[in-house]
Design a protein around this ligand. Structure first.
Ligand code: SF4
Length: 190
């Protein structure tokens, strides 16, 4: 139905419900007006999974990417539009691509200069601590989360992050998917 359509404005309005992996990509796009291929896929498929239609997704990428010097509408169309439409099965094999699960994101490899992946797995300790502090997680929470990360319990670390940022509400059954995290967050704060 029309009411289920997630607009660019709704994304912006609900960004507090993004898991850290989505927040990192979203903030990167807004700050740098650019995102490399794997990041565009990870964020773009998350958008698709929460109900952002192709037209709105295109508007999101176009608005931000054309803020970068040298990228006008024409260049945007040539360089990025195909990939965006491809994610929605509108080009090529017309495959139905689904948003990535935590497991897939955690197992992915991230090269220097790329921003995709799971911050609990792929961020260095210093930047992860900064992200936790930005989310106003108290020192006890930061300590607990960093210990989980050291033991490679990334999804449990993410669940603790959810609990600290949602007044101790939790994710039923644990965090397995960024789209599930977002949905549970919207429920918890409504
Ligand atoms: Fe994202 Fe999953 Fe990592 Fe949480 S555990 S930050 S939802 S990939």
């Amino acid at each position: 139905t029309v009411t289920d359509v997630v607009t660019v404005e709704k994304l912006e309005h609900t960004q507090g419900s993004f898991p850290l992996c989505v927040k990192s990509l979203y903030d990167h796009v807004k700050k740098e007006h650019h995102l490399r291929h794997h990041g565009r896929l990870q964020l773009g498929l998350f958008f698709k999974g929460v109900g952002v239609p192709l037209e709105e997704a295109t508007r999101f990428w176009r608005t931000h990417f054309t803020k970068k010097q040298g990228v006008d509408d024409n260049r945007f169309d040539k360089q990025y539009l195909y990939n965006i439409r491809h994610m929605y099965g509108q080009e090529g094999k017309r495959a139905n691509y689904t948003p990535y699960s935590c497991m897939k994101i955690i197992m992915t490899s991230v090269s220097p200069g790329e921003s995709h992946g799971c911050p609990f797995r792929h961020s260095d300790g210093v930047s992860l601590r900064v992200k936790l502090a930005e989310a106003n997680i108290p020192a006890t929470g930061v300590k607990e989360i960093m210990e989980l990360v050291e033991k490679h319990h990334y999804q449990i670390a993410c669940q603790r992050y959810f609990e600290w940022t949602h007044n101790k509400a939790t994710v039923e059954g644990g965090v397995n998917h960024p789209n599930q995290y977002y949905g549970d967050s919207l429920k918890a704060i409504s």
